[in-house]
Design a binder for this molecule. Structure first.
Ligand code: SF4
Length: 189
């Protein structure tokens, strides 16, 4: 039976992007095809779960239908139509957080693309594009992907962040909006 490598499943509030504050069950998959210098995700441990086991765990947490966010790692390396169907049949609206380099199964309800410098996007549309600002001009991503929502997020590394630079960039390039990791500000996962 098909299984998925799942790092963790937990219930919290979406902390970032357009849907900040929405309660969601996070399904975090292990593994990624990129190696970002600031990546804080540990992929060394995971549990092999079937789609049915993932849905059952989500239902234990949300006590009914809700909002499920497929994240990682890079969830598109594992998420398929079978898992998507199982979540939809259980009444979940399904979102995905992807780096945009790998195709997605059809039918995802909300796509967040967080592109990484040096990578090549295969995704052509996302409901929101969320760029972590490293100081590199983020405008070049517009040539590769369409979206109604362009979000710039500070780089948070070793206790330092460049929020001031991000605010200044947005003030001078007002098609962007600020995205903060609000869950970290209030001590949520
Ligand atoms: S794309 Fe995301 S999960 Fe993958 S290495 Fe970069 S920060 Fe980590």
């Amino acid at each position: 039976m098909r299984t998925y490598r799942v790092k963790e499943i937990f219930y919290s509030l979406q902390g970032e992007g357009c849907r900040t504050g929405v309660p969601a069950v996070f399904i975090r998959f292990s593994g990624c095809n990129l190696r970002c210098a600031w990546c804080d995700t540990d992929f060394s441990t995971y549990t092999e779960l079937t789609a049915e086991e993932i849905v059952a765990k989500a239902q234990q947490l949300t006590k009914g239908p809700g909002y499920a966010i497929l994240t990682g790692g890079e969830p598109s390396l594992q998420v398929d139509a079978h898992l998507l169907d199982a979540l939809h049949q259980a009444g979940y609206q399904v979102a995905i957080e992807t780096n945009g380099t790998h195709p997605l199964p059809a039918g995802v309800d909300w796509i967040t693309c967080s592109p990484k410098e040096g990578s090549t996007l295969t995704l052509r549309y996302a409901d929101e594009v969320k760029v972590v600002y490293t100081g590199i001009n983020p405008e070049h991503w517009r040539a590769n992907i369409e979206s109604p929502n362009w979000l710039l997020q500070p780089l948070d590394k070793n206790g330092h962040n460049n929020t001031t630079d991000v605010v200044e960039y947005i003030l001078t390039h007002p098609t962007w909006r600020l995205s903060l990791q609000t869950h970290k500000l209030i001590g949520l996962r």
